[in-house]
Design a protein around this ligand. Sequence first.
Ligand code: ADP
Ligand code: MG
Length: 691
Amino acid sequence: MAALGDIQVTVLKGVGHALAGTLAKLGIHSLQDLLFHLPHRYEDRTRIIPMGSLRVGDVGVVEGEVVKNDVVMGRRRSMQVTLRDDSGFLVLRFFHFNAAQKGQLAIGTRVRCYGEVRAGRAGYELYHPEYEANPEPMAAAGSATLTPVYPLTEGIQQPRVRSLCRQALSYLQRYPIRELLPPEMLADYQLPDISAAVALVHAPPASANVPQLLAGKHPAQQRLVMEELLAHQLSLLKVRQQIQQRQALALLPQGALVAQFLDNLPFSLTAAQKHVLADIRQDLSQPLPMLRLVQGDVGSGKTVVAALAALQAISGGGQVALMAPTEILAEQHYNSFRQWLEPLGIRTAWLSGKVKGRARTEALDQVASGDAVIAIGTHALFQQDVAFHRLALVIVDEQQRFGVHQRLALREKGVSGTLAPHQLIMTATPIPRTLAMSAYADLDTSVIDELPPGRKPIETIAVPDGRREDIIDRVRKACEQGRQAYWVCTLIEESEALQCQAAEVTAQDLQERLPGLRIGLVHGRLKAAEKAEVMTAFKTGELDLLVATTVIEVGVDVPNASLIIIENPERLGLAQLHQLRGRVGRGHEASFCVLMYHPPLSQNGKARLQVLRDSQDGFVIAEKDLEIRGPGEVLGTRQTGLMQFRLAEFERDKGWIEVVRELAPAVLADSGRTEGLIRRWLGERIQYGDV
Ligand code: ADP
Ligand code: MG
């Protein structure tokens, strides 16, 4: 028997070559693909809402009699039509209209319309609602159903998708969708079977619970949500499984090198660092590739943990690659590692995108021959022409800045034959637990949950930019006392050029007002050598004030800096602000962070800055960020690839995440189900699954 997945959409009426092409852009080829193109919301046209009960933001159907129809002037000319029902009034406003419409909506006409309520000039208004004059009576109460709304792409309209899905549904009887969830799972959670769930979601019967459907909580929807979350979980677990089918070098720690390293450190490790290192040491000594995520809040001391992991790999005879997301951070790591490891006779190579010509050839040779046992750089490390001699450990710092695809792709490097490198992934973005469970299902996790001793809390204040003069004065005083400060210029991310320009102007302006201070400037458009020079000067105390763009957001470590001014913090996410603020508070001095906002702040803007003032705990801040802005933003925009669900919504559905995590291993053991689920839900997006 043919399956729904084998029947092409071209069997449907009205689907020719052109429309099939458009559907293909949505990843829809077969009838099954079409039926998994699920409505992401519903319109409730099942009942007429009394005007007197409307609130701003309500979307729905109202019906009444036209009692006034005027063309009014104002900022824009518009037609203003007042409707009345038994409970109140409502205004329809049209900025574009013609004489025929004015005639249609003449006083005394009955009108039914559908739209969103806004607070307008004349009270509650609908702008350009869909409307019908002298409508047929509504279907008897109880017989109408919700109208599904589908995601669209260019070249296809809502009614078209609705009609195609309705046609496809008629095939369901003869060609049911394959049930991929084990029967006991359905029974345990009282979930409807797949064909029933899909049918219901596309065409809810009149008897279905409307509020539940509108809230996405109907059992049919929840069944699909859970299946989708399970499919995502499985895709990551499968990646993990594939990697762990390979072997890795078992790297046994060599006490002598480590002892020497620790002796040279000016501090001793925190208990949390030791704890995490024990996890890593254990993993590395196995002949199975490590897949470990280390989460540690800003300033918790991840770099030294990375260095110790590297040391174990090197003493076990392997090479190490350390990748950082920015040139500035990569260079800083290069300097730290050289300082730490050269005394132990360990050679480090530097490979960033900006290293060119002979320097690059030399570095490549050293890495290829194994003379350099550590290679540090940006993603340039993983370009084609970089060959390692015996890569045993890959470390990725500030992982949240890389895409999921990059993370998964880099696993290819260093794979030779059946050997794969160990992987240590570090992130400072504290990710709420449920989110981590779904986004990093392929990784084991360790948390550095403690800051080094002696850190003073960073005092954070929010100040309107009208008080710029006072702030400048504060910077002057701090620097005169031998402190160092950052001044961060933010602009909307899309224009790096503008961001750099703003930083240049600010630096000039500050230099004019603060002639006594030594001011440096760093932004993304400087040459690598220039950036490095400025950063070194700041680090060694030759500069008092560093004006910067958000290029310093991650990783930069200058413990003497104790004041940071962030302009327009309202433009940034909480996690990003927390990262930026983490540039200070790294030494023993009391530190300050000034959030210099541009008034007026929105309610939401106020709430967000307040979160930052109240807390310095990255996890607390991330939870709030998750509440306010959703998972894509928390993971970093480039991380969203794996979190783009069709139906699941992180906040609403997070209850499933733990369930799915528990159930996934059993399903994974059944490769038929696993393949089917992944293909069904992730389809063409899952090429990296072949890693
Ligand atoms: P992260 O990368 O986690 O934000 P870093 O590795 O840059 O943090 O470390 C922050 C600062 O704390 C650095 O100056 C580092 O030398 C210092 N540091 C790290 N571990 C300790 C420790 N156990 N005790 C004291 N200082 C430490
Ligand atoms: Mg760091």
